[in-house]
Design a binder for this molecule. Structure first.
Ligand code: SAM
Length: 246
């Protein structure tokens, strides 16, 4: 059965309209018809069986929730990644992978060596695009929860945000105190629920000043081996490593 994203704001909401994009996909590509059954999922980790009750003249699809099929089981570990802002396609790719891997929060990080620094309207456009990418990735991967993508933060803001987590690491190819295995073990040794906050640099890496600030904030540096990985490779290795090994 096909899965569609719904923006369900209240638990008592039974009847909803699919977004124009989801409606177009449902009607034009998948050829769903009035009376047909679909699966729908939302931000809360719920999946529902729903009936198509109307398709209006503009092709918008109205559905009615028939039953809740499953709710994502809460897990003991949540992973939050602050990712140094990368160029457009790479950042889009990271949003997709964050969703497939099952990251809880993705924080676009405006660090000293970030080559991209969007402002104002550009941020809103980017966030809308990421939201569409995340929804599509959730549909494809069967993931019930979509990562929350925060507003871009400066490095100091990310350090503040990191304080909410009880395990915090910064990934840096040089002078690392721990390797990935040791970092995962450290997180695993904490009492659940564990919030793991990971900082990954942009293409140009972190500045020495940023590494020092993180160190002063009690954030340990972690290395991923001798090779310098591209930022997006590092993201998949470390986020996937924590997700699979914890
Ligand atoms: N020349 C840059 C530097 O001086 O850091 C390389 C940056 S690398 C392309 C981008 C980011 O990926 C790094 O800031 C780091 O977060 C992560 N990364 C890449 N390779 C890594 C490694 N071997 N160990 C730890 N982190 C790594």
């Amino acid at each position: 059965m096909h899965r569609f994203f719904i923006d369900r704001k209240q638990e008592h909401e039974i009847s909803l309209w699919l977004s124009p994009e989801e409606s177009r996909h449902a009607v034009k590509v998948l050829r769903i018809k009035k009376g047909g059954l679909i699966r729908a999922f939302d931000h809360t980790g719920c999946e529902y069986e729903a009936k198509v009750c109307d398709i209006d003249l503009d092709g918008r699809v109205q559905i009615e929730i028939v039953t809740t099929l499953k709710k994502d089981i809460p897990i003991g570990f949540r992973i939050h990644v602050a990712q140094g802002f990368l160029q457009k396609q790479k950042m889009d790719w990271i949003v997709e992978k964050a969703c497939e891997i099952g990251i809880s929060t993705l924080i676009p990080l405006k660090s000293e060596f970030s080559m991209v620094n969007p402002k104002g309207d550009a941020i809103e456009r980017i966030q809308n695009r990421w939201s569409r990418i995340a929804q599509a990735a959730a549909k494809q991967s069967g993931n019930l929860t979509i990562p929350q993508i925060l507003e871009p933060l400066a490095f100091s803001g990310a350090l503040q945000q990191a304080k909410k987590s009880n395990v915090r690491f910064l990934f840096h190819p040089y002078s690392a105190k721990l390797n990935l295995h040791q970092a995962v073990e450290k997180a695993a040794s904490k009492t659940k629920p564990v919030d793991v906050f990971l900082l990954v640099g942009p293409e140009g890496g972190f500045s020495e000043k940023e590494v020092k600030l993180a160190d002063e904030a009690g954030i340990e540096t972690v290395g991923l081996g001798q090779n310098i990985l591209r930022a997006e490779t590092a993201f998949v290795v470390l986020a996937g490593g924590f997700k699979l090994l914890l």
